[in-house]
Design a protein around this ligand. Structure first.
Ligand SMILES: [Zn+2]
Length: 82
């Protein structure tokens, strides 16, 4: 019966983790049900397996981000040296 609020009013999801720009993890404030965005952009239940995938995605995403920033930084250096 603890989920009666969710059954009546629907889940009250908040973002718990930004994995990438498009993939996020959500948890219901009331019953703590967890969701995530899949590769098609749909919300699906967050399973331990999906959490693992998100961990990897997050790592790749942040690695790619820092690499892009580094490349941009190098480009700017090149521009300034000319
Ligand atoms: Zn809920």
């Amino acid at each position: 019966m603890k989920n009666i609020h969710c059954l009546v009013f629907g889940h009250d999801f908040k973002v718990t983790r930004n994995v990438t720009y498009h993939v996020k993890e959500y948890a219901c404030k009331t019953c703590n049900k967890q969701l995530t965005t899949n590769s098609s952009g749909n919300l699906i239940e967050l399973t331990p397996k999906l959490k693992e995938i998100n961990d990897v995605l997050e790592r790749i995403h942040h690695k790619r981000l820092s690499k892009t920033n580094l490349q941009r930084f190098n480009c700017e250096l090149l521009v300034f040296s000319h």
